[in-house]
Structures are given as structure tokens and as C-alpha cells.
Design a protein around this ligand. Structure first.
Ligand code: AVI
Length: 316
């Protein structure tokens, strides 16, 4: 099945449920990539700055924690590489130390990979970079074909966009592929109060709203749907106790939407929600629960100065 037919099938399945949903993985078309870049620049979206600070200030200590054998070439694999701006600090330090490694950014968006490869090659002419396009789950096997030791980067709290069960399966599968002593650097947003988290998913410039609504625009373009974008609202939600930020699209009125590629109409009640994203926030207890029986454990934790975000080193 091609990517597009999987998307169409997921739209059909998700909108046919009693509680409608469409996965956030479909946010990232070209416009979605650009909007996410803009979100990361919004003052309310603290996640990027916090993790940037950790990489800027603590890359040296992070590299020590990797326990790298200087005589052995290794692979630094970044899952969901995005724009690579944070990783840049780590790459700079690794290159300064003349360590032998290949950097493999993996992303679902070929567009992001092209941008990151061009940019990093310019900044670091000596960097050995080999991008791989694909979804995390699907590329794991291909990634582990070479015998070289591996360090995996999974930063930006990307894990939080998977529900806990899927996150558990993913980390366990990843661990199954890692050899004894190999590391995963896992960047996670931490549980904190609503007055900090909620604005991050509802910036005053309306970029997150546009990012969410772009999903409907994408369905209009790709599948000839007639979603009226004015008739849906961005609806963000977060309760500290649950620790999960959620984004919904809310139908402003009772309406019917036709999707040509499915030759099918979908009914929306006034106020009805489509779940589009979960962004889980973590603490050690939640992470340890997900890691239970995975053969991976927390080795070290690097925090930003506000204690909003953590980069965990997990070791097998
Ligand atoms: C990519 N991911 C970690 C972002 C997040 O915070 O969940 C995506 C995002 N959604 C809305 N704003 C940012």
C-alpha cells in the first residue's frame, strides 16, 4: 500500500469511529513542516529552548555518558531528526574530539531530511551524514543491519506523540535491537502545571491552530474533501494530573463533509471533536513503568535550568 492510500484508509477509519480521530503523524506535509518550525520559535513553546539549553551547556557531559570507545567507528542515529538544530551542538563536540562516526538522521519527511543534510554539510564539511526516510517502526530493521556500535537519539519529546502502549512497544523493540552497553538519548518534556503547558499548545499568534487545521486542508488537497476550514476550531486540553496535552479539532456547527476519494460523507455534530494529537509529559516513574522488562534502564538525566525538560541517557 502506498503512503497516500494508508493515509486515506486512516482518515476513513478515524472519521468512522464514534470518537473521531486522525493521527498527528499526518500533520507533516510541506506546509505542516514549516508551521512546526514556526511553532518552535513561539515564545510559549518552551520545549525547544529548554532542550537547546541542555545541548548547548551539557553536550560535553552527555558525550562522556555515551562511554564511546575512541578506536571504534560508531553510528549516531537520530529518530525524527526535524531541523537538527539541537543536535548540531552535539555534532560539533563529537567532531572536535575527532571521534569516528556516521550521523544518520531518520525522518518521515523527505523535505526535512533534505533541509537538514544541506545545512549540516555546509556547517560541518567533515561530517559523514547519510539520511534515511521513513517511519520509526518501519526503518528499525534496516537501521540495525550494520555491525557498528550505535547511539540512538530520540529527542524533542517525540515519544510523547505516541500513546503509552505504543511508546512501550517502540522502546522495547528498540531495546531488542540494541547490544549490551549501547545507549539511547531520550529527550522528554516533564509534567508541569497547566499555565505553562497549555499555552505551548495554544500560542497567541495562532500558529498551533493553523498547524492543527492544516490537517483538514491536507485532506481537502489530497483527497478532494470539502472541509470548510472556517467551521472548525483548534481545541487544546491539558490537565496536570493526567500529564497529557491533547489537541482536537472542534466542529463549530452541525455539518456534513464529503470526501471525494472515498465517495463518502461524514457527519459532525455541533461541538463534536476529532482527536488529532497527544503530547505526553513524563516523570521518572512514568518512564520507568514504560521501560519495565525492556532491559534498558536510566543511566543519567540532564535537565535545563527550569527543570522543564529532561534528556535521559538510557543504557541497555
Ligand atoms: C513533535 N512534537 C513533539 C510536538 C509536541 O510538542 O507534541 C508537536 C507539536 N504539536 C503542537 N505543537 C507542537
Amino acid at each position: 500500500m502506498t503512503k497516500n492510500t494508508t493515509f486515506l484508509k486512516d482518515v476513513n477509519d478515524g472519521l468512522s469511529q464514534k470518537v473521531k480521530h486522525i493521527s498527528s503523524k499526518y500533520f507533516y506535509d510541506k506546509k505542516g513542516d514549516q508551521l512546526f518550525q514556526q511553532i518552535m520559535e513561539m515564545p510559549e513553546y518552551y520545549l525547544t529552548n529548554c532542550e537547546m539549553e541542555i545541548f548547548k551547556e551539557q553536550s560535553e557531559a552527555i558525550i562522556s555518558a555515551f562511554n564511546i570507545n575512541e578506536n571504534q567507528e560508531f553510528e549516531l542515529i537520530e529518530l525524527g531528526a526535524g531541523d537538527g538544530k539541537k543536535t548540531q551542538y552535539l555534532l560539533e563536540k563529537l567532531l572536535e574530539k575527532h571521534l569516528k562516526f556516521k550521523y544518520i538522521p531518520v525522518d518521515i519527511s523527505q523535505n526535512s531530511l533534505d533541509v537538514i543534510s544541506t545545512r549540516l554539510k555546509k556547517i560541518f564539511p567533515n561530517l559523514h551524514i547519510e539520511a534515511m526516510q521513513g517511519e520509526y517502526f518501519q526503518v528499525l530493521e534496516a537501521l540495525f543491519q550494520s555491525k557498528n556500535p550505535k547511539i540512538i537519539l530520540f529527542i524533542g519529546s517525540n515519544l510523547g506523540n505516541l500513546n503509552d502502549e505504543v511508546a512501550h512497544d517502540f522502546l522495547h523493540k528498540l531495546s531488542d535491537n540494541l547490544k549490551w552497553g549501547e545507549k539511547l538519548l531520550l529527550g522528554l518534556d516533564l509534567i508541569k502545571s497547566k499555565n505553562i503547558v497549555l499555552p505551548a499548545y495554544n500560542d497567541s499568534a495562532g500558529i498551533t491552530k493553523a498547524f492543527n487545521i492544516n490537517l483538514l486542508e491536507r485532506i481537502n488537497h489530497e483527497f478532494g474533501a470539502d472541509f470548510n476550514l472556517e467551521k472548525f476550531d483548534h481545541f487544546p486540553y491539558y490537565e496536570e494530573e493526567e500529564g497529557i496535552a491533547k489537541s482536537f479539532l472542534k466542529s463549530k456547527i452541525k455539518q456534513s463533509v464529503f470526501i471525494k476519494a472515498l465517495n463518502k460523507s461524514f457527519e459532525f455534530a455541533e461541538g463534536e471533536l476529532i482527536t488529532t494529537e497527544v503530547s505526553r509529559k513524563y516523570n521518572d516513574k512514568i518512564l520507568n513503568k514504560i521501560l519495565e522488562n525492556s532491559n534498558m534502564e536510566i543511566q543519567e538525566k540532564f535537565l535545563d535550568s527550569e527543570n522543564y525538560f529532561a534528556d535521559y541517557i538510557l543504557t541497555k
